[in-house]
Design a protein around this ligand. Structure first.
Ligand code: B12
Ligand code: SF4
Length: 466
Protein backbone atom coordinates (compact mmCIF):
# COMPACT_ATOMS: atom_id res chain seq x y z
CA UNK A 1 0.00 0.00 0.00
CA UNK A 2 1.44 3.37 -0.90
CA UNK A 3 0.77 6.82 0.48
CA UNK A 4 -2.52 7.98 -0.83
CA UNK A 5 -4.42 11.17 -1.21
CA UNK A 6 -6.79 10.22 -4.01
CA UNK A 7 -9.86 11.37 -2.12
CA UNK A 8 -12.31 11.20 -5.01
CA UNK A 9 -11.49 7.69 -6.16
CA UNK A 10 -11.75 6.40 -2.55
CA UNK A 11 -14.99 8.23 -1.84
CA UNK A 12 -16.77 6.95 -4.95
CA UNK A 13 -16.02 3.32 -4.21
CA UNK A 14 -16.88 3.87 -0.57
CA UNK A 15 -20.28 5.34 -1.52
CA UNK A 16 -21.17 2.42 -3.77
CA UNK A 17 -20.31 -0.13 -1.07
CA UNK A 18 -22.14 1.84 1.63
CA UNK A 19 -25.26 2.04 -0.55
CA UNK A 20 -25.31 -1.71 -1.25
CA UNK A 21 -24.93 -2.47 2.48
CA UNK A 22 -27.78 -0.10 3.31
CA UNK A 23 -30.00 -1.90 0.80
CA UNK A 24 -29.10 -5.24 2.31
CA UNK A 25 -29.88 -3.94 5.82
CA UNK A 26 -33.21 -2.51 4.65
CA UNK A 27 -34.24 -5.95 3.33
CA UNK A 28 -33.95 -7.38 6.85
CA UNK A 29 -37.04 -7.12 9.04
CA UNK A 30 -35.27 -6.23 12.29
CA UNK A 31 -32.18 -4.12 12.72
CA UNK A 32 -29.56 -6.15 14.61
CA UNK A 33 -28.54 -4.73 17.98
CA UNK A 34 -24.87 -4.21 18.81
CA UNK A 35 -23.29 -3.69 22.19
CA UNK A 36 -19.83 -2.12 22.00
CA UNK A 37 -17.63 -2.64 25.03
CA UNK A 38 -14.46 -0.95 26.27
CA UNK A 39 -13.35 -3.12 29.23
CA UNK A 40 -11.43 -1.68 32.18
CA UNK A 41 -8.10 -3.28 32.99
CA UNK A 42 -7.40 -4.78 36.40
CA UNK A 43 -4.05 -3.04 36.93
CA UNK A 44 -3.42 -1.26 40.22
CA UNK A 45 -1.40 1.42 38.45
CA UNK A 46 -2.76 4.78 37.31
CA UNK A 47 -3.78 3.64 33.85
CA UNK A 48 -7.57 3.47 33.69
CA UNK A 49 -8.25 5.79 36.61
CA UNK A 50 -9.25 9.46 36.77
CA UNK A 51 -10.38 11.06 33.56
CA UNK A 52 -9.77 8.85 30.55
CA UNK A 53 -9.63 9.67 26.88
CA UNK A 54 -12.69 9.01 24.70
CA UNK A 55 -11.98 5.68 22.96
CA UNK A 56 -11.51 6.62 19.33
CA UNK A 57 -11.20 2.93 18.40
CA UNK A 58 -14.75 2.06 19.50
CA UNK A 59 -16.06 5.39 18.28
CA UNK A 60 -14.82 4.44 14.79
CA UNK A 61 -16.54 1.05 15.05
CA UNK A 62 -19.75 2.74 16.24
CA UNK A 63 -19.59 5.29 13.42
CA UNK A 64 -19.59 2.54 10.80
CA UNK A 65 -21.99 0.17 12.56
CA UNK A 66 -24.49 2.93 13.42
CA UNK A 67 -25.44 3.30 9.74
CA UNK A 68 -26.78 -0.24 9.57
CA UNK A 69 -27.40 -1.43 13.11
CA UNK A 70 -28.69 -0.19 16.48
CA UNK A 71 -25.63 0.52 18.56
CA UNK A 72 -25.14 0.84 22.31
CA UNK A 73 -21.83 1.84 23.78
CA UNK A 74 -20.39 0.95 27.21
CA UNK A 75 -17.09 2.13 28.64
CA UNK A 76 -16.24 0.30 31.82
CA UNK A 77 -13.43 2.77 32.59
CA UNK A 78 -15.93 5.60 33.13
CA UNK A 79 -18.16 3.48 35.40
CA UNK A 80 -20.57 1.91 32.88
CA UNK A 81 -21.56 -1.57 34.07
CA UNK A 82 -21.25 -4.48 31.68
CA UNK A 83 -24.42 -6.61 31.99
CA UNK A 84 -24.24 -10.33 32.73
CA UNK A 85 -27.25 -10.95 30.53
CA UNK A 86 -26.80 -10.04 26.86
CA UNK A 87 -30.29 -11.10 25.78
CA UNK A 88 -31.13 -7.64 24.38
CA UNK A 89 -28.31 -7.82 21.82
CA UNK A 90 -27.28 -9.76 18.71
CA UNK A 91 -23.64 -8.66 18.45
CA UNK A 92 -21.21 -8.08 21.32
CA UNK A 93 -18.17 -6.17 20.01
CA UNK A 94 -15.24 -5.78 22.38
CA UNK A 95 -12.00 -3.84 22.05
CA UNK A 96 -8.87 -5.09 23.74
CA UNK A 97 -5.26 -4.21 24.40
CA UNK A 98 -3.02 -6.67 26.23
CA UNK A 99 -3.62 -5.18 29.67
CA UNK A 100 -7.38 -5.71 29.44
CA UNK A 101 -7.33 -8.89 27.31
CA UNK A 102 -8.18 -11.23 30.20
CA UNK A 103 -11.24 -9.11 31.02
CA UNK A 104 -12.21 -8.89 27.33
CA UNK A 105 -11.96 -12.69 27.03
CA UNK A 106 -14.20 -13.22 30.08
CA UNK A 107 -16.86 -10.98 28.54
CA UNK A 108 -16.44 -12.76 25.20
CA UNK A 109 -16.85 -16.19 26.79
CA UNK A 110 -20.02 -15.08 28.57
CA UNK A 111 -21.52 -13.69 25.38
CA UNK A 112 -20.59 -16.83 23.40
CA UNK A 113 -22.32 -19.00 26.01
CA UNK A 114 -25.45 -16.92 25.33
CA UNK A 115 -25.14 -17.61 21.57
CA UNK A 116 -24.28 -14.06 20.58
CA UNK A 117 -22.05 -13.03 17.69
CA UNK A 118 -18.88 -11.94 19.49
CA UNK A 119 -16.31 -9.68 17.81
CA UNK A 120 -12.89 -9.09 19.33
CA UNK A 121 -10.77 -6.29 17.90
CA UNK A 122 -7.86 -4.05 18.86
CA UNK A 123 -4.12 -4.48 19.28
CA UNK A 124 -4.08 -7.66 21.38
CA UNK A 125 -6.50 -9.80 19.31
CA UNK A 126 -4.61 -8.64 16.22
CA UNK A 127 -1.24 -9.65 17.62
CA UNK A 128 -2.49 -12.97 19.07
CA UNK A 129 -5.33 -13.95 16.78
CA UNK A 130 -5.27 -17.68 17.61
CA UNK A 131 -5.57 -17.02 21.34
CA UNK A 132 -8.33 -14.45 20.83
CA UNK A 133 -10.25 -16.77 18.48
CA UNK A 134 -11.05 -19.02 21.44
CA UNK A 135 -13.13 -16.27 23.03
CA UNK A 136 -15.15 -14.91 20.13
CA UNK A 137 -16.95 -15.68 16.92
CA UNK A 138 -14.62 -13.51 14.83
CA UNK A 139 -11.30 -11.78 15.35
CA UNK A 140 -10.98 -8.42 13.63
CA UNK A 141 -7.37 -8.06 12.51
CA UNK A 142 -6.22 -4.42 12.50
CA UNK A 143 -8.41 -1.49 11.61
CA UNK A 144 -12.14 -2.02 11.23
CA UNK A 145 -12.42 0.36 8.25
CA UNK A 146 -10.46 -1.97 5.96
CA UNK A 147 -12.64 -5.04 6.64
CA UNK A 148 -15.97 -3.31 7.19
CA UNK A 149 -17.87 -4.16 3.95
CA UNK A 150 -17.07 -7.85 4.34
CA UNK A 151 -17.81 -7.90 8.07
CA UNK A 152 -21.05 -5.91 7.81
CA UNK A 153 -22.35 -8.09 4.98
CA UNK A 154 -21.62 -11.30 6.89
CA UNK A 155 -23.34 -10.01 10.01
CA UNK A 156 -26.39 -9.01 7.98
CA UNK A 157 -26.47 -12.43 6.29
CA UNK A 158 -25.48 -14.44 9.37
CA UNK A 159 -22.45 -16.03 7.69
CA UNK A 160 -19.57 -15.24 10.00
CA UNK A 161 -15.91 -16.05 9.33
CA UNK A 162 -13.46 -16.68 12.17
CA UNK A 163 -11.09 -13.96 10.99
CA UNK A 164 -11.53 -10.65 9.18
CA UNK A 165 -8.26 -9.47 7.77
CA UNK A 166 -7.87 -6.96 4.94
CA UNK A 167 -5.76 -7.78 1.87
CA UNK A 168 -4.82 -4.14 1.72
CA UNK A 169 -5.37 -1.18 3.99
CA UNK A 170 -7.82 1.54 2.97
CA UNK A 171 -6.49 5.00 2.24
CA UNK A 172 -7.11 7.31 5.17
CA UNK A 173 -8.76 9.80 2.88
CA UNK A 174 -11.78 7.47 2.85
CA UNK A 175 -11.92 7.46 6.66
CA UNK A 176 -15.32 8.54 7.89
CA UNK A 177 -15.53 11.44 10.31
CA UNK A 178 -15.90 9.90 13.79
CA UNK A 179 -19.33 10.29 15.36
CA UNK A 180 -18.56 11.29 18.95
CA UNK A 181 -22.20 11.22 20.05
CA UNK A 182 -21.80 7.59 21.22
CA UNK A 183 -19.22 8.63 23.81
CA UNK A 184 -20.63 12.08 24.55
CA UNK A 185 -24.14 10.74 25.20
CA UNK A 186 -22.97 7.83 27.34
CA UNK A 187 -24.07 7.69 30.98
CA UNK A 188 -20.73 8.71 32.48
CA UNK A 189 -19.49 11.02 29.75
CA UNK A 190 -18.36 13.52 32.40
CA UNK A 191 -15.48 11.13 33.21
CA UNK A 192 -13.95 11.70 29.80
CA UNK A 193 -11.00 14.03 29.47
CA UNK A 194 -11.89 17.30 27.75
CA UNK A 195 -9.14 16.60 25.22
CA UNK A 196 -10.80 15.33 22.06
CA UNK A 197 -9.00 12.45 20.32
CA UNK A 198 -8.14 13.12 16.69
CA UNK A 199 -6.22 11.15 14.11
CA UNK A 200 -4.31 12.63 11.17
CA UNK A 201 -1.94 9.81 10.18
CA UNK A 202 -1.55 6.08 10.64
CA UNK A 203 1.38 3.73 10.62
CA UNK A 204 5.09 4.18 10.84
CA UNK A 205 7.77 2.93 8.45
CA UNK A 206 10.52 2.82 11.12
CA UNK A 207 9.70 -0.70 12.35
CA UNK A 208 11.18 -0.83 15.88
CA UNK A 209 11.25 -4.45 17.04
CA UNK A 210 9.22 -3.83 20.23
CA UNK A 211 6.40 -1.94 18.54
CA UNK A 212 2.99 -3.28 17.50
CA UNK A 213 2.34 -0.63 14.86
CA UNK A 214 4.01 -2.36 11.88
CA UNK A 215 1.66 -5.36 12.41
CA UNK A 216 -1.52 -3.41 13.13
CA UNK A 217 -1.11 -0.63 10.58
CA UNK A 218 1.55 -1.86 8.21
CA UNK A 219 4.82 -0.19 7.45
CA UNK A 220 3.32 2.40 5.11
CA UNK A 221 2.55 5.90 6.28
CA UNK A 222 -0.98 7.02 5.47
CA UNK A 223 -2.48 10.39 6.15
CA UNK A 224 -5.74 12.30 5.90
CA UNK A 225 -6.28 15.45 3.92
CA UNK A 226 -5.30 18.29 6.20
CA UNK A 227 -8.57 20.05 5.35
CA UNK A 228 -10.53 17.09 6.73
CA UNK A 229 -8.58 17.13 9.99
CA UNK A 230 -9.17 20.88 10.33
CA UNK A 231 -12.87 20.51 9.46
CA UNK A 232 -13.21 17.92 12.20
CA UNK A 233 -11.59 20.31 14.67
CA UNK A 234 -13.84 23.16 13.57
CA UNK A 235 -16.88 20.94 14.05
CA UNK A 236 -15.85 20.47 17.69
CA UNK A 237 -15.15 24.18 18.13
CA UNK A 238 -18.70 24.90 17.00
CA UNK A 239 -20.18 22.07 19.08
CA UNK A 240 -18.46 23.40 22.19
CA UNK A 241 -19.01 27.04 21.32
CA UNK A 242 -15.38 27.84 21.96
CA UNK A 243 -12.48 28.52 19.74
CA UNK A 244 -9.73 27.00 21.85
CA UNK A 245 -11.12 23.45 21.98
CA UNK A 246 -8.34 21.05 22.99
CA UNK A 247 -7.31 18.02 20.95
CA UNK A 248 -5.12 15.04 21.57
CA UNK A 249 -3.57 13.38 18.53
CA UNK A 250 -3.72 9.57 18.64
CA UNK A 251 -1.15 9.21 15.85
CA UNK A 252 1.81 6.86 16.20
CA UNK A 253 4.27 9.23 14.63
CA UNK A 254 2.61 12.45 13.54
CA UNK A 255 5.83 14.21 12.58
CA UNK A 256 7.21 11.43 10.37
CA UNK A 257 6.68 13.48 7.20
CA UNK A 258 8.00 16.95 7.96
CA UNK A 259 6.12 18.64 5.12
CA UNK A 260 2.74 17.18 6.09
CA UNK A 261 3.37 17.97 9.75
CA UNK A 262 4.34 21.59 9.20
CA UNK A 263 1.38 22.16 6.85
CA UNK A 264 -0.93 20.70 9.49
CA UNK A 265 0.58 23.02 12.12
CA UNK A 266 0.15 26.04 9.83
CA UNK A 267 -3.50 25.04 9.36
CA UNK A 268 -4.09 24.71 13.10
CA UNK A 269 -2.45 28.05 13.82
CA UNK A 270 -5.16 29.67 11.67
CA UNK A 271 -8.11 28.13 13.50
CA UNK A 272 -6.80 28.66 17.02
CA UNK A 273 -7.09 25.24 18.70
CA UNK A 274 -4.99 23.81 21.55
CA UNK A 275 -3.42 20.39 21.06
CA UNK A 276 -0.99 17.76 22.29
CA UNK A 277 0.56 14.69 20.68
CA UNK A 278 2.98 11.84 21.05
CA UNK A 279 5.89 12.99 19.01
CA UNK A 280 9.25 11.69 17.95
CA UNK A 281 12.18 14.03 18.25
CA UNK A 282 13.26 13.78 14.63
CA UNK A 283 13.30 17.48 13.85
CA UNK A 284 12.29 19.26 17.03
CA UNK A 285 15.88 20.37 17.53
CA UNK A 286 15.15 22.94 14.81
CA UNK A 287 13.96 26.09 16.60
CA UNK A 288 11.59 27.05 13.76
CA UNK A 289 9.60 23.79 14.14
CA UNK A 290 9.16 24.30 17.89
CA UNK A 291 8.16 27.92 17.23
CA UNK A 292 5.53 26.81 14.71
CA UNK A 293 4.25 24.12 17.12
CA UNK A 294 3.82 26.74 19.86
CA UNK A 295 2.09 29.14 17.47
CA UNK A 296 -0.27 26.38 16.31
CA UNK A 297 -1.57 25.87 19.87
CA UNK A 298 0.54 22.98 21.18
CA UNK A 299 0.62 23.07 24.97
CA UNK A 300 2.11 19.64 25.65
CA UNK A 301 4.27 17.20 23.77
CA UNK A 302 4.71 13.62 24.88
CA UNK A 303 8.23 12.55 24.00
CA UNK A 304 9.74 9.10 24.40
CA UNK A 305 13.24 9.98 25.59
CA UNK A 306 13.33 6.33 26.72
CA UNK A 307 16.88 6.27 28.08
CA UNK A 308 19.90 8.43 28.76
CA UNK A 309 22.20 5.49 28.10
CA UNK A 310 23.64 5.64 24.54
CA UNK A 311 24.11 1.83 24.36
CA UNK A 312 20.42 1.31 25.11
CA UNK A 313 19.33 3.83 22.51
CA UNK A 314 21.51 2.05 19.98
CA UNK A 315 20.04 -1.35 20.87
CA UNK A 316 16.48 0.03 20.51
CA UNK A 317 17.27 1.23 17.01
CA UNK A 318 15.28 4.39 17.65
CA UNK A 319 17.06 6.60 15.15
CA UNK A 320 15.16 9.78 16.00
CA UNK A 321 16.56 9.79 19.55
CA UNK A 322 19.93 11.52 19.42
CA UNK A 323 21.27 12.14 22.91
CA UNK A 324 23.09 15.25 21.72
CA UNK A 325 19.70 16.77 20.77
CA UNK A 326 17.83 16.01 23.99
CA UNK A 327 18.51 19.30 25.80
CA UNK A 328 18.10 21.40 22.66
CA UNK A 329 14.70 19.83 21.97
CA UNK A 330 13.55 20.56 25.52
CA UNK A 331 14.88 24.10 25.41
CA UNK A 332 13.20 24.83 22.06
CA UNK A 333 9.84 23.57 23.31
CA UNK A 334 10.06 25.42 26.62
CA UNK A 335 10.91 28.68 24.87
CA UNK A 336 7.61 28.33 23.02
CA UNK A 337 5.50 27.63 26.10
CA UNK A 338 5.18 23.88 25.42
CA UNK A 339 5.28 21.57 28.44
CA UNK A 340 6.87 18.14 28.14
CA UNK A 341 5.55 14.78 29.19
CA UNK A 342 8.77 12.77 29.08
CA UNK A 343 8.68 8.97 28.90
CA UNK A 344 11.60 7.04 30.39
CA UNK A 345 11.98 3.26 30.36
CA UNK A 346 14.05 0.99 32.57
CA UNK A 347 14.92 -2.68 32.72
CA UNK A 348 17.01 -2.98 29.56
CA UNK A 349 19.96 -5.38 29.55
CA UNK A 350 22.36 -2.44 29.49
CA UNK A 351 20.73 -0.65 32.43
CA UNK A 352 22.77 -0.13 35.58
CA UNK A 353 22.43 2.11 38.63
CA UNK A 354 24.09 4.83 36.58
CA UNK A 355 21.05 4.95 34.23
CA UNK A 356 18.86 6.13 37.09
CA UNK A 357 21.21 8.92 38.17
CA UNK A 358 21.63 10.10 34.57
CA UNK A 359 17.85 10.20 34.10
CA UNK A 360 17.33 12.08 37.37
CA UNK A 361 19.95 14.67 36.41
CA UNK A 362 18.47 15.12 32.95
CA UNK A 363 14.94 15.61 34.28
CA UNK A 364 15.94 18.06 36.98
CA UNK A 365 18.41 20.07 34.88
CA UNK A 366 15.98 20.36 32.01
CA UNK A 367 12.92 20.89 34.21
CA UNK A 368 10.80 18.22 32.50
CA UNK A 369 7.26 18.99 33.65
CA UNK A 370 5.68 15.56 33.63
CA UNK A 371 8.10 12.62 33.71
CA UNK A 372 6.56 9.16 33.28
CA UNK A 373 8.54 6.02 34.10
CA UNK A 374 7.87 2.53 32.88
CA UNK A 375 9.48 -0.90 32.77
CA UNK A 376 10.41 -2.48 29.46
CA UNK A 377 7.53 -4.71 28.38
CA UNK A 378 7.83 -7.05 25.41
CA UNK A 379 4.30 -7.05 23.96
CA UNK A 380 3.03 -10.30 22.47
CA UNK A 381 3.31 -10.64 18.74
CA UNK A 382 6.32 -8.32 18.37
CA UNK A 383 9.78 -9.58 17.33
CA UNK A 384 11.06 -8.36 20.72
CA UNK A 385 8.58 -10.61 22.51
CA UNK A 386 9.77 -13.64 20.55
CA UNK A 387 13.38 -12.78 21.39
CA UNK A 388 12.70 -12.31 25.12
CA UNK A 389 10.15 -15.09 25.59
CA UNK A 390 12.52 -17.54 27.31
CA UNK A 391 13.39 -14.85 29.89
CA UNK A 392 9.90 -13.43 30.54
CA UNK A 393 8.76 -14.09 34.13
CA UNK A 394 5.02 -14.37 33.53
CA UNK A 395 2.35 -14.35 30.88
CA UNK A 396 -0.38 -12.81 32.98
CA UNK A 397 -1.83 -10.21 30.58
CA UNK A 398 -3.20 -8.11 33.46
CA UNK A 399 0.42 -7.23 34.23
CA UNK A 400 1.31 -6.08 30.72
CA UNK A 401 0.73 -2.45 31.63
CA UNK A 402 4.40 -1.36 31.36
CA UNK A 403 4.56 -1.17 35.15
CA UNK A 404 5.50 -4.76 35.94
CA UNK A 405 8.83 -6.50 36.18
CA UNK A 406 9.07 -8.66 33.08
CA UNK A 407 12.62 -10.06 32.98
CA UNK A 408 15.92 -9.78 34.80
CA UNK A 409 18.29 -7.41 33.00
CA UNK A 410 21.78 -8.75 32.35
CA UNK A 411 23.74 -6.12 34.25
CA UNK A 412 21.51 -5.62 37.25
CA UNK A 413 19.64 -7.77 39.73
CA UNK A 414 15.86 -7.48 39.49
CA UNK A 415 15.70 -6.39 43.11
CA UNK A 416 18.11 -3.52 42.52
CA UNK A 417 16.23 -2.53 39.38
CA UNK A 418 12.96 -2.13 41.26
CA UNK A 419 14.56 -0.41 44.25
CA UNK A 420 16.11 2.21 41.97
CA UNK A 421 12.95 2.49 39.90
CA UNK A 422 10.88 3.35 42.97
CA UNK A 423 13.54 5.65 44.42
CA UNK A 424 13.79 7.67 41.21
CA UNK A 425 10.03 8.22 41.07
CA UNK A 426 9.88 9.31 44.68
CA UNK A 427 12.82 11.71 44.19
CA UNK A 428 11.41 13.32 41.06
CA UNK A 429 7.98 13.84 42.66
CA UNK A 430 9.18 15.10 46.06
CA UNK A 431 7.73 18.50 46.95
CA UNK A 432 11.10 20.23 46.53
CA UNK A 433 11.78 18.54 43.20
CA UNK A 434 8.33 19.49 41.89
CA UNK A 435 8.98 23.12 42.85
CA UNK A 436 12.34 23.06 41.10
CA UNK A 437 10.82 21.65 37.90
CA UNK A 438 7.56 23.58 37.92
CA UNK A 439 8.17 26.97 39.51
CA UNK A 440 6.98 29.81 37.28
CA UNK A 441 5.03 27.51 34.97
CA UNK A 442 1.31 28.08 34.27
CA UNK A 443 -1.06 26.83 36.97
CA UNK A 444 -2.85 24.18 34.93
CA UNK A 445 -3.49 20.42 34.85
CA UNK A 446 0.24 19.68 34.58
CA UNK A 447 0.64 21.06 38.10
CA UNK A 448 -2.30 18.94 39.19
CA UNK A 449 -0.74 15.86 37.61
CA UNK A 450 2.42 16.55 39.63
CA UNK A 451 0.45 16.82 42.86
CA UNK A 452 -1.32 13.54 42.08
CA UNK A 453 2.00 11.87 41.33
CA UNK A 454 3.38 13.29 44.58
CA UNK A 455 0.79 11.36 46.61
CA UNK A 456 0.90 8.31 44.33
CA UNK A 457 4.69 7.89 44.44
CA UNK A 458 4.76 8.25 48.24
CA UNK A 459 2.97 4.89 48.44
CA UNK A 460 5.17 3.08 45.93
CA UNK A 461 7.07 -0.03 46.98
CA UNK A 462 9.19 -2.36 44.84
CA UNK A 463 6.77 -5.28 45.53
CA UNK A 464 4.00 -3.46 43.66
CA UNK A 465 5.89 -4.04 40.43
CA UNK A 466 6.22 -7.81 40.78
C1 B12 B 1 -2.83 7.25 21.60
C2 B12 B 1 -2.38 6.07 22.42
C3 B12 B 1 -2.53 6.14 23.79
C4 B12 B 1 -3.26 7.32 24.48
C5 B12 B 1 -4.77 7.19 24.35
C6 B12 B 1 -5.26 5.80 24.64
C7 B12 B 1 -6.73 5.59 24.37
N1 B12 B 1 -7.55 5.74 25.35
O1 B12 B 1 -7.10 5.28 23.28
C8 B12 B 1 -2.72 7.20 25.93
C9 B12 B 1 -1.49 8.08 26.03
C10 B12 B 1 -3.67 7.58 27.05
C11 B12 B 1 -2.29 5.73 25.96
C12 B12 B 1 -2.16 5.01 27.12
C13 B12 B 1 -1.68 3.72 27.15
N2 B12 B 1 -1.13 3.05 26.13
CO1 B12 B 1 -1.23 3.61 24.30
N3 B12 B 1 -1.28 3.97 22.47
C14 B12 B 1 -1.79 4.94 21.79
C15 B12 B 1 -1.57 4.71 20.28
C16 B12 B 1 -0.36 5.51 19.83
C17 B12 B 1 -2.77 4.97 19.39
C18 B12 B 1 -4.09 4.33 19.85
C19 B12 B 1 -5.26 4.87 19.07
O2 B12 B 1 -6.16 5.47 19.63
N4 B12 B 1 -5.26 4.70 17.75
C20 B12 B 1 -6.34 5.18 16.91
C21 B12 B 1 -7.52 4.18 16.90
C22 B12 B 1 -8.63 4.71 16.00
O3 B12 B 1 -7.00 2.98 16.34
P1 B12 B 1 -6.98 1.57 17.13
O4 B12 B 1 -6.94 1.79 18.58
O5 B12 B 1 -5.91 0.73 16.52
O6 B12 B 1 -8.37 0.96 16.74
C23 B12 B 1 -8.63 0.46 15.44
C24 B12 B 1 -8.40 -1.05 15.29
O7 B12 B 1 -7.53 -1.61 16.26
C25 B12 B 1 -9.77 -1.66 15.26
N5 B12 B 1 -10.41 -1.97 16.53
C26 B12 B 1 -10.03 -1.64 17.78
N6 B12 B 1 -10.90 -2.13 18.67
C27 B12 B 1 -11.85 -2.79 18.00
C28 B12 B 1 -12.98 -3.48 18.44
C29 B12 B 1 -13.83 -4.07 17.49
C30 B12 B 1 -15.03 -4.79 17.97
C31 B12 B 1 -13.54 -3.96 16.12
C32 B12 B 1 -14.45 -4.53 15.13
C33 B12 B 1 -12.39 -3.27 15.69
C34 B12 B 1 -11.57 -2.69 16.62
O8 B12 B 1 -10.53 -0.63 14.61
C35 B12 B 1 -10.12 0.63 15.17
C36 B12 B 1 -10.42 1.76 14.22
O9 B12 B 1 -9.62 1.70 13.07
C37 B12 B 1 -1.26 3.16 20.28
C38 B12 B 1 -0.44 2.65 19.14
C39 B12 B 1 -1.38 2.10 18.08
N7 B12 B 1 -1.21 2.51 16.87
O10 B12 B 1 -2.28 1.32 18.36
C40 B12 B 1 -0.63 2.96 21.65
C41 B12 B 1 -0.81 1.62 22.34
C42 B12 B 1 -2.22 1.13 22.15
N8 B12 B 1 -0.61 1.93 23.75
C43 B12 B 1 0.00 1.01 24.39
C44 B12 B 1 0.20 1.03 25.79
C45 B12 B 1 1.12 -0.02 26.36
C46 B12 B 1 -0.42 1.99 26.60
C47 B12 B 1 -0.39 2.06 28.13
C48 B12 B 1 -0.43 0.73 28.88
C49 B12 B 1 0.83 2.88 28.52
C50 B12 B 1 0.87 3.20 30.00
N9 B12 B 1 1.66 2.46 30.72
O11 B12 B 1 0.19 4.10 30.44
C51 B12 B 1 -1.65 2.91 28.39
C52 B12 B 1 -2.91 2.03 28.47
C53 B12 B 1 -4.18 2.83 28.41
C54 B12 B 1 -5.40 1.92 28.25
N10 B12 B 1 -6.24 1.84 29.26
O12 B12 B 1 -5.58 1.27 27.24
C55 B12 B 1 0.41 -0.14 23.49
C56 B12 B 1 -0.47 -1.36 23.75
C57 B12 B 1 0.27 -2.64 23.48
C58 B12 B 1 -0.60 -3.80 23.70
N11 B12 B 1 -0.25 -4.89 23.08
O13 B12 B 1 -1.55 -3.75 24.42
C59 B12 B 1 0.27 0.51 22.07
C60 B12 B 1 -0.16 -0.44 20.96
C61 B12 B 1 1.65 1.13 21.71
C62 B12 B 1 2.75 0.10 21.63
N12 B12 B 1 3.60 0.03 22.62
O14 B12 B 1 2.89 -0.65 20.70
N13 B12 B 1 -2.08 5.24 24.71
S1 SF4 C 1 9.17 4.96 15.67
FE1 SF4 C 1 7.53 4.69 17.21
S2 SF4 C 1 5.68 4.13 16.04
FE2 SF4 C 1 7.45 3.86 14.67
S3 SF4 C 1 7.93 1.67 14.82
FE3 SF4 C 1 9.25 2.78 16.32
S4 SF4 C 1 8.10 2.80 18.23
FE4 SF4 C 1 6.66 2.20 16.62
Amino acid sequence: MTEDNTRNAGTTLHDVIAESLKQLAAEKKNRKKWLLIQPKSSTSMMVDSGSVSMPLNLIMVATLAGDLFDVEFLDERTGDRIPDDFSGYDVIAITSRTLNAAKAYRIGDRALSQNKIVLLGGVHPTMLKEEAAEHCTSVIYGEVESVWPDLARDILQGTMKPLYRAHELHPMTAMQCPDFSYALNSAHADKYSSRIPVLATKGCPVGCNFCTTPTVYGKSYRYRDIDLVLEEMQYHQERLGKKNATFSFMDDNISFRPQYFTELLEGMSKIGVRWNANISMNFLHKPEVAELAGRSGCDLMSIGFESLNPDILKSMNKGANRLQHYSTVVDNLHKNGIAIQGYFMFGFDDDSEKSFQATYDFIMQNRIEFPVFSLVTPFPGTPYYEEMKPRIRHFDWDKYDTYHFMFEPKKMQGEKLLENFVKLQKEVYKGRAIMKRMQGKPLNWVWLANLKMHSFTKKLKPELYL
